[in-house]
Design a protein around this ligand. Structure first.
Ligand SMILES: *Cc1c(COP(=O)(O)O)cnc(C)c1O
Length: 422
């Protein structure tokens, strides 16, 4: 029996309607930007395997470091114990993050990194005796993950529909722009005494369709929040580790958030790991002789040493000058191609942030995530040996930074052909 057939008998896949799903492609091996299936067909992984892979598949430096760690210490409980990879990773992340981050709290994925951030903020106000401050502000189109807290602060959508009544109340605001910024600031001013925190994806909103907004307006929102002591959470789970052209998207801001959430590219896409960092102000609000002020949160695999080792190896690669050169190269290739297809009648919008290039297809009336165009595009590119996974009518390229110019040009050529064929 083929892997695909065996899979169909026992597996329930994520984000997949399991009634007559498209066949799941059996991948047996990865190397650089390529994935190879059972029959030896090669695919360019142009979405970095759900945005996690930044240095290419089966990277030898990460593989060696992971193997070494597996033979040294695979895991240890992280309450009451510590280990070198966790401490070293925290030291290195705090040096790299913008602003005044001073403590690292580990978990094991992006959603849990968000849950921890929300609990830090909500309990901050409980611990400091201002229990009326329990509202969260978030963007209407945000995506922060699939667990209940993370879903609550995400925009209401087809992803959250069956659960909407069980999600906690959030003050949703529009993405800021020149027209609405004053109105958004007034809203924050008005709510200020009730608000615990503001959570945002800095400059690029991933899952809701790679929407983008300008740093200067986020700075204005942050200034308004800081004026009222509202805590701010930058969810850099997708944007972190070079994706938008800088190590972190928040480097483009003049003000800095109180908390960062990191995951996805953290381990180079090798292993699951989540990180929530905070500044000393938040940390100190939990220091007390009163045991009730403790942050009672943790996961079995908190700070898994192998995942931390993968992250350290990924950071080694990220900080090499040639990685930054690759990021700049992908950025400028994208810019050239965007220039070339600007104004194409089948494209409603083209936008770019660093290594992310986005093409919103004209769909007439049906603009939903579920529109028929999505599967057509997905299958078209797979046929051509390219993994692109549109969000509805939003086609985007988000490749590992090591992708060659030849592979990028092949993707661009195939997109031009798709614009003719579809
Ligand atoms: C993917 C994502 C998450 C959730 O991360 P998971 O590891 O999938 O739970 C949270 N925030 C943002 C911005 C993301 O893109």
């Amino acid at each position: 029996m083929s892997l695909t057939t065996r899979d169909a008998q026992v597996i329930w896949h994520p984000y997949t309607q399991m009634k007559n799903p498209l066949p799941h492609i059996p991948i047996v091996r990865g190397e650089g930007v390529y994935l190879f299936d059972e029959e030896g067909k090669k695919y360019i992984d142009a979405v970095s395997s759900w945005w996690v892979n930044i240095h290419g598949h089966a990277h030898p430096h990460i593989a060696a470091r992971v193997a070494e760690q597996l033979n040294t210490l695979e895991h240890v409980i992280f309450a009451g114990f510590t280990h070198e990879p966790a401490v070293q990773l925290a030291e290195r992340l705090l040096l790299l993050l913008p602003g005044d981050q001073s403590k690292v709290f580990y978990s094991d994925n992006g959603s849990t990194a968000v849950e921890v951030a929300l609990k830090m903020c909500l309990q901050y106000w409980v611990n400091t005796g201002k229990i009326t401050r329990k509202k969260v502000i978030a963007f209407k189109d945000a995506y922060h993950g699939d667990t209940f807290g993370a879903m609550s602060v995400s925009g209401r959508s087809i992803f959250t529909d069956p659960f909407n009544q069980l999600l906690f109340d959030v003050e949703f605001i529009d993405l800021p722009n020149a027209q609405n910024i004053e109105q958004l600031k007034s809203k924050i001013n008005y709510l200020s005494n009730e608000v615990a925190c503001f959570i945002f994806e800095p400059m690029v909103l991933g899952a809701s369709g790679m929407l983008m907004y300008e740093a200067q307006y986020l700075d204005e929102l942050l200034a308004t929040c800081q004026k009222h002591g509202i805590l701010t959470i930058a969810d850099e789970v997708m944007t972190g580790f070079g994706r938008t052209g800088k190590y972190f998207s928040c480097e483009a801001l003049s003000l800095k958030p109180d908390i960062f959430c990191l995951s996805k590219g953290l381990t180079g896409g090798t292993m699951p790991l989540g990180v929530t960092t905070c500044n000393i102000k938040i940390f100190e609000a939990f220091l007390s002789d009163d045991k009730l002020k403790t942050l009672y949160h943790g996961h079995s695999f908190t700070a898994n040493p192998v995942a931390c080792a993968a992250s350290l190896a990924s950071l080694d690669i990220l900080l090499k000058p040639e990685t930054l050169e690759n990021i700049k190269r992908v950025e400028s290739k994208h810019r050239e191609f965007a220039e070339k297809i600007k104004g194409h009648p089948k494209l409603k919008a083209i936008r770019q942030a660093g290594t992310i290039l986005v093409m919103e297809w004209e769909t007439g009336n049906d603009t939903s995530y579920l529109c028929g165009l999505r599967d057509k595009l997905y299958l078209y590119f797979l046929e051509q040996g390219i993994v692109l996974r549109p969000l509805g009518n939003v086609l985007y390229i988000l490749p590992p930074y090591v992708i060659s110019n030849e592979d990028l040009e092949y993707i661009y050529r195939t997109i031009l052909q798709a614009l003719k064929d579809i």
